[in-house]
Ligand binder design. Structure first.
Ligand code: PGA
Length: 251
């Protein structure tokens, strides 16, 4: 049985003061929430030092929202996997749809970012998802399949065991619209088949998260599905009570 995982994606939100109070509230409820699964917060890079200090011995793991595909060198503005690891990061989101859309990230680049992350001992959380137009055109399976195969083709079978995958339908991100539990399960099952083809072990081990307007109100139903192993949570992770309630929805 895969243990559930709840990852907060803070995106470009926060301040020294706001982070302090959010993490304090999160720590207060973390023990109970962790009965539901593991907790991670992916914070803006400039706040890693602050957050890693506050989270010491809390059981809540720290993550980043992006990582360079290069190891080191003249890449102005980039942050390397080693740097993230230096600040106690355990996870890093790669290929979020906002990075694909606004920064032109390709599946190949995303795969290289994931490899860099793994080489530095971090667990990459690789995101895939279709647009509304693609879903309405009946192309969901094809699009997700392409994103995942392009990504998996760059990795060695053993490397796939150390991944986390997140299915985030783009039309559900930040919109208040969620995929139904059945819609999400269908895609998750397909993603798992693709993982199994690459490595039977990965098919067993890899946790596949759902993301897109996950809230305390819809979490229970979504998390009941056999191939949904947790959530990648944006807006609701900025409120400690909501993030905790989502993790507790599995109990
Ligand atoms: P949301 O964001 O929960 O605010 O929809 C999810 C994400 O983009 O990771």
């Amino acid at each position: 049985m895969r243990r559930k995982l709840f990852v907060g994606n803070w995106k470009m939100h926060g301040s020294l003061v706001a982070n302090g109070s959010l993490l304090r509230d999160l720590k207060a409820g973390a023990r109970e929430a962790m009965e539901g699964g593991d907790l991670v917060v992916c914070v803006p890079a400039c706040y890693l030092a602050q957050c890693s200090e506050i989270l010491i011995q809390s059981g809540i793991a720290l993550g980043a929202q992006d990582v360079s595909s290069h190891a080191v060198g003249p890449y102005t503005g980039e942050v390397s996997a080693r740097m993230l690891q230096d600040f106690g990061c355990k996870y890093v989101i790669v290929g979020h749809s906002e990075r694909r859309e606004y920064h032109g990230e390709t599946d190949e680049e995303i795969a290289h970012k994931a490899q860099r992350a793994m080489a530095a001992g971090l667990t990459p959380i690789v995101c895939v998802g279709e647009t509304l137009a693609q879903r309405e055109a009946g192309r969901t399976r094809e699009v997700i399949n392409m994103q995942m195969s392009a990504f998996l083709s760059v990795l060695e079978p053993e490397e796939t065991n150390d991944l986390i995958v997140a299915y985030e339908p783009i039309w559900a991100i930040g919109t208040g619209k969620t995929a139904t539990a059945e819609m999400a399960q269908e895609v998750h099952a397909m993603l798992r088949e693709q993982l199994v083809e690459k490595s039977a072990e990965a098919g067993e081990l890899v946790r596949i998260l759902y993301g897109g307007s996950m809230r305390p109100q819809n979490a229970h139903e979504i998390l009941q599905m056999p191939d949904i192993d947790g959530g990648l949570i944006g807006g609701a992770s900025l409120k400690a009570a909501d993030f905790i309630a989502i993790a507790k929805a599995v109990l």
